[in-house]
Design a protein around this ligand. Structure first.
Ligand SMILES: C[S@@+](CC[C@H](N)C(=O)[O-])C[C@H]1O[C@@H](n2cnc3c(N)ncnc32)[C@H](O)[C@@H]1O
Length: 93
């Protein structure tokens, strides 16, 4: 994934390459990404299809929110298992 991302930047947005950096780390290894990403630096944390693969969801969320600035945005797109039927809020309104 990191190789593909690097290739995409090089091909699709070469002007952005000098300011884009990819780092490899685990969200749930207990480090909270310390030593990899400073805290309170991110305006946006965005994840697609990663959190469902973590073994420690609480640690993964702590990692994300440690690096997020106060008032920053957290966008999460993922799979989840629901314990009860999901209410269709739009239909119920
Ligand atoms: C289904 S891919 C999604 C990748 C990308 N977000 C996308 O939409 O194409 C899941 C990614 O999560 C990464 N991943 C799995 N467990 C992880 C963990 N504990 N911490 C960080 N990344 C993890 C995998 O290495 C893989 O790159």
């Amino acid at each position: 994934m990191l190789d593909r991302a690097s290739q995409n930047v090089a091909e699709l947005a070469p002007d952005c390459a000098p300011v884009i950096e990819f780092k490899r780390g685990l969200l749930d290894d207990g480090t909270l990404l310390k030593g990899l990403v400073d805290e309170n630096v991110a305006d946006l944390v965005m994840s697609n299809g990663v959190f469902n693969l973590t073994t420690d969801k609480a640690a993964a969320f702590r990692s994300a929110f440690r690096i997020l600035k106060p008032g920053g945005r957290f966008h999460l797109c993922d799979l989840c298992k629901v314990e009860e039927p999901v209410v269709d809020a739009a239909a119920a309104a």
